[in-house]
Design a protein around this ligand. Sequence first.
Ligand code: NAD
Ligand code: UFG
Length: 338
Amino acid sequence: METILVTGGTGYIGSHTVVQLLESNYNVVIVDNLSNSSKAVLQRVEQITGKMPTFYQADIRDEQALTDIFNKHKVSAVIHFAGLKAVGESSQIPLEYYEQNIYGTLVLCQVMAKSGCKRIVFSSSATVYGDPASVPITEQFPTSATNPYGRTKLFIEHMLSDLHQSDPEWHIVLLRYFNPIGAHPSGLIGEDPKGIPNNLLPFVTQVAVGKRTHLSIFGNDYSTKDGTGVRDYIHVVDLANAHLKATEKLERLTGLRKYNLGTGQGYSVLEIVMTFERVTDEKVPYEVTERRPGDIAECWADASLAKAELNWSAQLQLDDMLVDAWRWQSGNPDGYAS
Ligand code: NAD
Ligand code: UFG
């Protein structure tokens, strides 16, 4: 049985990926410092899969801790989720973002190289396309960054690319996620943001559950179908599945590969609110406010490369994403602290 080390494995996307890895009979070793997640995730994962992953509460910047873990387990590949991800916060504390994301990945790769494990799947983001000139976005589009978070993703992509150039034994997949939402259909694991959510979906579900009075829609004067921002929302279960396909691909890969992970379909903020109300029968009061600085009008993926090379495509629809997000939120109003 192969062992996959998952950094950030108790986090939102990590936990859903861990479930699928366990269900596919991989051994899973999680490294997470719990800075943005809860240990309670582990029991929930066990409830779903009947298996408990090996867990280390450790920081990816801690070279000694990582070395000990790699000495203890014969790791065949790493799926690397750990890092900080809040766009707005990254402008307030940029050094923290550079240290955790870039330095963290550097230490991880150094330890991997020393231990002889040279296979990695990395969580990148559609943010590396900056403000795209057109949609849908293919992997060939020019990259740029508009905030420190995006710059860390872009820099790590370059770093991994240089690493592969220097030593072709490195097998690397960069996954550029569009907008992950939804939760496991069991309602046992889901997104549990600390404090006020930055992202649309957790805000919508927190309004519906009564934790917040109303949603602010950031601008309705974009040149989009109804004036509100358009994004490519993807079910976290579909996203997790792409990591299994990418891990399989690592075995027969030559070269570094990059894939967009989205559905290829864009929905506006108003469409999200209306669809959520329809499928859950809950009300989401909202008011339209100013545009949020740094937001782009629209962004959706051309995900045909992932289909062609990974044999992966998103299977779940917007209704599924919203029903599952609501099952998680309504069953766990205070997330894992519920
Ligand atoms: P998350 O915060 O839920 O998960 C990240 C996990 O990493 C958390 O459990 C956190 O405790 C852990 N962590 C953070 N810094 C660490 C460190 N230094 N050492 C060890 N563990 C550490 O976030 P997520 O939504 O699951 O995102 C996972 C990855 O996907 C991130 O790299 C993120 O940038 C990327 N991504 C997320 C989105 C999104 O909208 N959720 C979009 C594009 C890309
Ligand atoms: N929005 C609102 N009100 C809110 C929150 C969001 O109207 O309270 C709107 C935004 O203006 C945008 C849309 O909802 O039009 C989606 O916003 P999110 O914050 O949920 O997502 P973003 O597309 O801004 O960013 C997300 C991740 C980034 C990642 C990017 C591309 O947060 O980390 O997708 O993958 F880089």
